[in-house]
Write a protein that binds this ligand. Sequence first.
Ligand SMILES: [Zn+2]
Ligand SMILES: [Zn+2]
Length: 350
Amino acid sequence: MKTVGYAAYSSDAKMVPYHFERRALRANDVSIEILFSGVCHSDLHTVNGDWGPQPYPLVPGHEIIGRVLEVGPDVTQYKPGDHVGVGCMVDSCQECDQCHHHEEQYCRHGMTPTYGAPDRIDGETTQGGYSKHIVVREEFVLRVPEALDLSKAAPILCAGITTFSPLRTWNVGKGSRVGVIGLGGLGHMAVKLAVAMGADVTVLSRSSKKEEEAKAIGAQGILASTDEDAMAKAASSLDLIIDTVPVKHDVTVYAPLLDVNGTLVIVGQVGPMNEFISAPLIMGRRRVAGSLIGGIKETQEVLDFCAEHNIHPICETIRPDQINDAFAVMAKGDIAHRYVMDMSALSLDN
Ligand SMILES: [Zn+2]
Ligand SMILES: [Zn+2]
């Protein structure tokens, strides 16, 4: 199938229109017309080559909302016209212990990312959501509940699941005390999801200048890491901290905020971190952990949870030809919303 997208041809090049082919439908494949495509911080890192060399030309994008065009003969869950989503993975071995307990992101043989990786069958490089169409095996296609606004649902597929999974893993519920470091694309979803689970949520930031934004989405307030008195008063006051900061930073200042047995979970890929001091961890059996997106079953759960609780990411809709401007803004610093491309502005004539 002929399609068109926006691709990077090298790590220092701008995104440009790129015509390419999507594979012919396999028996268990779903072909999807992409309606909306979220713009994730990791798209920018990947095309810039920050995480290693890439197979250019590369079409990024792993927050995909679309409509089913056609299905292979073995597909049972979807039919043409259904609204569906695709997130950060498009395949895994489906046979190992991790796949069997619905954590394909930790597949023993490596999951297949939505873009920039060899397809498990034909070895072709996977290409992501900054495009008009995508073909994905049924097991990695998500159902988009009717209550969700299609134009705002895309970021749930990365920012949403990345924060939902640790909230679930660490059993956040009514009365849980949750801190969220950073109030960007991931941070604001972490706040909304934790609040909907019944937690008391505090945003942790270098300053309190985003206080109003934090309160507007349900947080109790901001604790500024530079305010030594407030930090001392808040010692041992949190059960879980979700650390969403996408750049190198010091976690030691936040560790004393955890209660005994508390956990700080890092979800932003930042590379080497500063040295941290062991004493606050030892003195309260506190932990520093990591978490990568979530499995397909859990991704369906976060879509359903958002529909049930009327949670939508804060989105700014742009045209695909504005992607380079969006990348430039994102490269300057954290923004408290997600850019989402309306793919209806992209046609095969582009
Ligand atoms: Zn992402
Ligand atoms: Zn596996």
